[in-house]
Design a protein around this ligand. Sequence first.
Ligand code: PRP
Length: 183
Amino acid sequence: MDPTEARDPSPGRLLVSAGQIAVRIGELAAEIDAAYAGIDAPVVLLCVLKGSLFFTADLARALTIPLEIDAIAVRSYGAGTEPSGTVQLLKDVTTPLGGRHVLMVEDVIDTGLTTSFLHEHVARHRPASLRLVALLDKPGRRRREVRIDFRGFVLGGDFVVGYGLDLDERFRNLPGVHALDPG
Ligand code: PRP
């Protein structure tokens, strides 16, 4: 059987292709390499699970600066397409972050609630620096102001899936980012 037949079908129109993502990640990696050039200790890439799994994996391999990888898991969406309004910490970091250069890796910034929560949470560790890279930004949906240091693509308000993003845990494995069809 053709293995692509086993994959979930595309739920809606393609907004960002796998090729466009790969090119943009190369550009982001160059920006990040330059921003951290000459640092004296490895940067800690903090993967925000689960959505940032693929982005973190691809970005990490495009970077040339010394780095370590840790992960933190939070949940802001319940079932469906609207955020619950509260952020739950499901899994904390294991790396001591005090005095470290931390780069949070997010797949998407939507309301900004998750990032605000994580920023406060990580800042309590007193890192040497704390920056944010986000592949996708939906500025029109913001409820909390968020500083994004490195940004991949700006999108409208569509609910998007693919390349790590889900609807009720489905569609994370689509190689590109798709808008969900209404209904
Ligand atoms: C998604 C996404 C971001 C967050 C962004 O995670 O991965 O972490 O929502 O939304 P916000 O800006 O409105 O807070 P989600 O809570 O769906 O968990 P997941 O990554 O495990 O899918």
